[in-house]
Each structure stands twice: as structure tokens, then as C-alpha cells.
Ligand binder design. Structure first.
Ligand code: PPE
Length: 294
């Protein structure tokens, strides 16, 4: 469907209540002239998980979604793109109990550069611990990438940006570090890579890739709770996400992180991540879903 015709009715249910799930996926160019979607099956599996958590029924199977992603990339002749599938409650009845409404499936693809800017990627960003607490996992299902959840994240993000920072770091309801508004977070201290455990956060696929890369680099990696003050005394901090990729954090709450520039471990992990997404490291070949040429 053409860009201008991809419209919904103003009374589309999800527009009002946020009941739906989405994904953010990137497609990267490869050295051989082709391109590949990075960890497509893991993203689509998470989308199906999110749909199941919401107890929705998707009219499209994971296989059909996969074919739709590939077709969208081929049709739009995009070698590099951000792919946004969305499955949500469509137009029909209003009100909370709208179980008979149709479920709408969308796959869109468009170019999207460095999420936090090229400079952020190269030199690091400034972040702020948010005054907004991350949704409790029993009120919003953290494992799902669910549309309505993002009200919480947008409040945090806009507060941080209005105060002159580029990103918000959210604490959980117990006061421990959870994640950034659209990224997972990692801390390096004395050569150990730390990240919050996969409970109560969105389990990022980039997080998973980075954990593997860090272990392959023989770094010690620990998944455990992190307190706010550990951010202040960290040697290095970086955040990960499909959109933000591996972005260093150079300042948190006006305290300089390490030397105020990307630390050596962050830089190596970032370098290996970019090698992986562009198909330059055979160890991570299974993460690439090649886009058919046509
Ligand atoms: N936490 C949150 C809250 C989150 O939104 C993302 C992705 C992640 C962690 C990292 O997940 P993954 O992409 O699987 O590594 N955020 C997406 C949306 C950003 C947006 O502005 O929209 C993304 O990175 O695509």
C-alpha cells in the first residue's frame, strides 16, 4: 500500500487505548551489495509473545509476518531501513471490552539514521535519572513491547530532553536501575560488564547480542540489580537498542562517566556490534536474515 493511503479511522480502538504491540527492527547493508535484517526471527518471536501476553489473536502467523517484512523491504528498494510491524485492535466497538474488533496488522519500513545522533554514537550522550518510575511488571507486562506502555517512556524522555539531556534512565518501583526510555542499560566497573536482570525490563534483542559479544570478547558479564549510585561511579555506561544501537553515555545527572568519552570496552563492543550487523563477522552469521534480491 502506498505511504499516503496507509490510513486508519479516527475511531481505531488502539488509537484511544493503546492496546497493541509493535516491533522495531533494523535492516543493514552488507559488503556483498545485498542487505540483511538483523535478528528478524527473534524480533518476530517477541512480537508474537507480546500478542499472546495481550491475549490477542493475530491474523498473521510469524511466517507471514516474516514474508511481509521481506516484501516491504524489496518493494521499497530499501537497503538500510527501520522496520516497524504493529499488531493492534482496529476499528469497531468503542469501550474497553471490544473483543470482537478486528485485529489490524501493519508492516512499515523507512530510513532512520542514528537514533541519538551521529555525535551521540561517536562521543556519548548525557542522560538523567528520570523522576518517572518505570511501570511495575504487574501493572504493565514488561516482557511485551506494548503500545500503551510507551506513555511512561515518553513522559521520561520528554522530561529529560526538556531539561537539556538526551536520554532518561528509569528506576524500577524498588528504586533500582531498570532501563532507558527506549534502550537497555549496561555499566562497566573494574572490567566487569553489568546489566539489570531480564525481569521487569524489555528484554532487548540488542541487549542479548551485546551479552554474547561481551562474552566472546572474554569480558566478565554479570546480570544483577544495579543501584542508582553505581551509575555515578561507573567506569563506563552504554545503552543498547535496535534504534540506538550501542550508544555510549558520557554523563549521568551531571556527573562525568569515566573519562567523559566512550570507554575502551564500550568502544570495542560497539565496533563488534557494527561488524555483526553488517555481516563482517562470521561468528554472527546466523543473526542475519538476507533480503531476497529483486
Ligand atoms: N527498552 C525499551 C523500553 C525499548 O523501547 C527498547 C527498544 C529496548 C529496551 C531495546 O530493545 P531492542 O531493540 O530489542 O534491543 N526501543 C525501540 C523503539 C524506539 C522508538 O523510539 O520507537 C527500538 O530501539 O527500536
Amino acid at each position: 500500500m502506498s505511504w499516503d493511503k496507509a490510513c486508519v479511522h479516527v475511531l481505531t480502538h488502539a488509537l484511544h487505548y493503546g492496546f497493541g504491540a509493535f516491533e522495531g527492527i533494523r535492516c543493514y547493508s552488507l559488503a556483498d551489495g545485498g542487505s540483511a535484517v538483523f535478528r528478524l526471527d527473534e524480533h518476530l518471536r517477541r512480537l508474537c509473545d507480546s500478542v499472546k501476553i495481550l491475549r490477542m489473536t493475530s491474523p498473521a502467523s510469524q511466517e507471514e509476518l516474516r514474508a511481509a517484512v521481506m516484501a516491504t523491504l524489496v518493494k521499497n528498494k530499501l537497503r538500510e531501513a527501520y522496520v516497524r510491524p504493529l499488531i493492534c485492535i482496529g476499528y469497531g466497538a468503542m469501550g474497553l471490552y471490544a473483543v470482537d474488533n478486528p485485529v489490524t496488522v501493519v508492516v512499515a519500513a523507512f530510513p532512520w539514521g542514528a537514533y541519538l545522533g551521529e555525535e551521540g554514537l561517536a562521543k556519548g550522550i548525557r542522560a538523567k535519572v528520570s523522576s518517572f518510575v518505570r511501570n511495575h511488571p504487574n501493572s504493565m507486562m514488561a516482557r511485551g513491547k506494548i503500545c500503551g506502555h510507551y506513555v511512561n517512556n515518553i513522559l521520561a524522555k520528554t522530561e529529560a530532553v526538556r531539561m537539556g539531556y538526551q536520554e532518561a534512565i528509569m528506576l524500577d518501583t524498588e528504586g533500582y536501575v531498570s532501563e532507558a526510555s527506549g534502550e537497555n542499560i549496561f555499566v562497566v566497573r573494574d572490567g566487569t560488564v553489568l546489566t539489570p536482570p531480564p525481569t521487569g525490563i524489555l528484554c532487548g534483542i540488542t541487549r542479548d547480542s551485546v551479552l554474547r559479544i561481551a562474552r566472546d570478547l572474554s569480558y566478565e558479564v554479570v546480570e544483577r540489580r544495579i543501584s542508582r549510585d553505581e551509575l555515578y561511579i561507573a567506569d563506563e555506561v552504554f545503552i543498547t537498542g535496535t534504534a540506538a544501537e550501542v550508544t555510549p553515555v558520557r554523563e549521568i545527572d551531571d556527573r562525568v562517566v569515566g573519562a567523559g568519552k566512550p570507554g575502551p570496552m564500550t568502544a570495542r563492543i560497539q565496533e563488534h556490534y557494527f561488524a555483526a550487523v553488517h555481516g563482517k563477522d562470521p561468528r554472527y552469521e546466523s543473526w542475519l536474515a538476507r533480503v531476497p534480491k529483486k
